[in-house]
Design a binder for this molecule. Sequence first.
Ligand SMILES: Nc1ncnc2c1ncn2[C@@H]1O[C@H](COP(=O)(O)OP(=O)(O)O)[C@@H](O)[C@H]1O
Ligand SMILES: [Mg+2]
Length: 273
Amino acid sequence: MTDPAAFALAARGLWKSYRMGAGRLQVLRDVSLALRPGEVCALMGASGSGKSTLLHLLGLLDRPDRGEVLYHGRRAPGSPGARARLRARSLGFVFQQFHLLPELNALENVLMPRRLALGAAWWSRRREERARARALLERVGLGERLRHRPKQLSGGEQQRVALARAVVGRPAVLLADEPTGNLDSRTGEGILELLLELAREHGSAVLLATHDATIAARAGRLLHLRDGCLDGGAEGAPAGEGAAENSVRKTPEPTGDEGGGTGPGAGPEEARS
Ligand SMILES: Nc1ncnc2c1ncn2[C@@H]1O[C@H](COP(=O)(O)OP(=O)(O)O)[C@@H](O)[C@H]1O
Ligand SMILES: [Mg+2]
């Protein structure tokens, strides 16, 4: 079996449900996957199939009921501070709704994750960081928009700022949640090109959620979420890859009543961390 550290990102046996009134809505059932450095993978599934839920777990923005997320073969930490540091260091996230900070201009938005990642070192590094962020914004065609706030930018421009922000730390993993979903198709096509180009330059592994087959066709590998289960991961993989790695380990279905299962923060990941 491949050394787990060979994967930029992996998930093993993820389960996730949401409390809904008296019961629970089971969204993910025993989802496992593994992404190699530089691999571009599309996450497909109908609206409501759990794509965003899975990306949020992988991006450490939420916690599974059970199962684990691994970066470079190491289990993601449990404490909020350590999770935030790992996110700042290793991860870029592009949202469908851009999620730029409205009070900050384009340059400041791109720099924000670098400030978080560098901590005290920011003060000695800020000049070069600023130059790099500026170069990146020029690269995405926004050299003349550095001081614009999000509301002064078009949708496509905002997504390009968000893209620059996601890659400015040269992340090992780039997660994109329908990044072209709010854009017209031509603008969306440009954003996608840019995303793949920047990811390639940085050697980032990409997981791109989309329900659009034309977008998914640009990926080297397809994963499909259906009824809470992830399948098809091995089919698009280059020969010799994927089949074994995509189901890293099957975990048995949680015993007892799923409806009364563990809530966020009470899963085994937290218990062990
Ligand atoms: N915080 C939440 N509370 C309750 N249900 C949720 C929550 N977030 C998502 N869901 C439900 O979980 C399912 C999967 O949602 P989501 O992951 O957003 O799907 P997708 O991104 O594939 O459209 C949907 O039925 C959605 O309504
Ligand atoms: Mg979604």
